[in-house]
Design a protein around this ligand. Structure first.
Ligand code: AMP
Ligand code: TRP
Length: 340
């Protein structure tokens, strides 16, 4: 019997996804649908590690769900669901909490960055990586596509799985592998090409959201930071702004960077920028059209309900197996036919 590779990943419902998320992560989520059985989660419980307005959270969850589908995640092939709809995540997170060391959790760079030794840092920030490990192990995931910034969290997930397997048996958890997203697809901020394009940067001109209108896209690209030598050449070190525009152009158009350099030889940044606006808008427009169709539709509610059900079936089976391994639960959790 050949078992299909199980792929799992999650995105936080924090604000609109930008073209960095799209080119770096979402396009690969779409491609992986041809390689394995994909489970894509909207991790709303991770989003409440810092206070969130309930209505805003609800909206952002639906925004991300609709964008997943608009970019090409096919809910017939893949499971698309919301983390808090499946109780196993929180349940397994507690079991894994009891397998974790406070030392290893306090060494997580994301926790250190966000808490900065502050005594009143939320405990949820500290436990964040354990909940992420639970997300992954709950689905027996083989492969986890994520950005490089998540590498330490994947290592912790593997350590916890191996630690438990050594004690309770190799068949307790599947030890997952990280699949780190293309480094070349790291898109930088348009107004500061030395910083990564991010959801949290203050300036709207730093990013292009997948939901931005044409005027905003145009403004952000036309105003983007370049240098003064006027030569259209890829050189990350010395010409980070132009190089970033060339990367975006190449990713959206499918043309190679040398090909684009040749096409613009002797021309100024203005014409490159003007054409990039067109290339970007051409790619983003159909995504927005699909998004608009689905965002307020009943179909989206059905996708998430169906996703929660399918995810729930996998999660329940894992929880039965894991609870049994730990000796947890009364009659309700004894696997049928276990005969013990
Ligand atoms: P985040 O926005 O940090 O929740 O990231 C969601 C996914 O998008 C991660 O897998 C990141 O690797 C990817 N991502 C975020 N920002 C960028 C960027 N500027 N360029 C490329 N990929 C990115
Ligand atoms: N921590 C991830 C991020 O910020 C999001 C996430 C939560 C995740 N649970 C996950 C990613 C499980 C992959 C697998 O990008």
């Amino acid at each position: 019997m050949t078992m299909k590779t199980r792929v799992f990943s999650g995105v936080q419902p924090t604000g609109n996804l930008h073209i960095g998320n799209y080119l770096g992560a979402l396009t690969q989520f779409v491609d992986l649908q041809n390689e394995g059985e994909c489970v894509y989660c909207i991790v709303d419980m991770h989003a409440i590690t810092l206070p969130k307005e309930p209505d805003e959270l609800r909206d952002h969850v639906l925004d991300v769900a609709a964008l997943y589908i608009a970019v090409g995640i096919d809910p017939k092939k893949s499971i698309v669901f919301v983390q808090s709809d499946v109780p196993g995540h929180a349940e397994l997170a507690w079991i894994l909490t009891c397998q974790s060391y406070t030392g290893e959790l306090s060494r997580m760079t994301q926790f250190k960055d966000k808490s900065r030794g502050n005594e009143s840092a939320p405990a949820g920030l500290f436990m964040y990586p354990v909940l992420m490990a639970a997300d992954i192990l709950l689905y027996d995931a083989d492969v986890v596509p994520v950005g490089r910034d998540q590498k330490q969290h994947i290592e912790l997930t593997r350590d916890l799985a191996i630690r438990v397997n050594n004690r309770l048996g190799e068949d307790t958890f599947v030890v997952p592998e990280g699949r780190f997203l293309k480094e070349g697809a790291r898109i930088m901020a348009l107004d500061d090409p030395t910083a990564k394009m991010s959801k949290s940067a203050e300036s709207e001109m730093s990013r292009i959201s997948l939901l931005d209108d044409e005027a905003k896209i145009k403004k952000a690209i036309m105003r983007s930071t370049t240098d003064s030598d006027g030569e259209i050449r890829y050189d990350i070190e010395n010409k980070p702004g132009v190089s970033n525009l060339l990367s975006i152009y190449s990713a959206f158009s499918g043309r190679s960077i040398p090909e684009i350099e040749r096409a613009y030889e002797g021309q100024g940044y203005g014409s490159l920028k003007k054409d990039l606006v067109e290339v970007a808008v051409d790619q983003i427009r159909p995504i927005q059209a699909r998004y608009a169709e689905i965002r307020h539709s009943e179909a989206l509610t059905r996708v998430l309900a169906d996703g929660a059900e399918r995810a729930g079936v996998i999660a329940e089976a894992t929880m039965r197996r894991v609870k049994d391994k730990f000796g947890l639960g009364g009659g309700a959790s004894v696997p049928s036919g276990a005969g013990r």
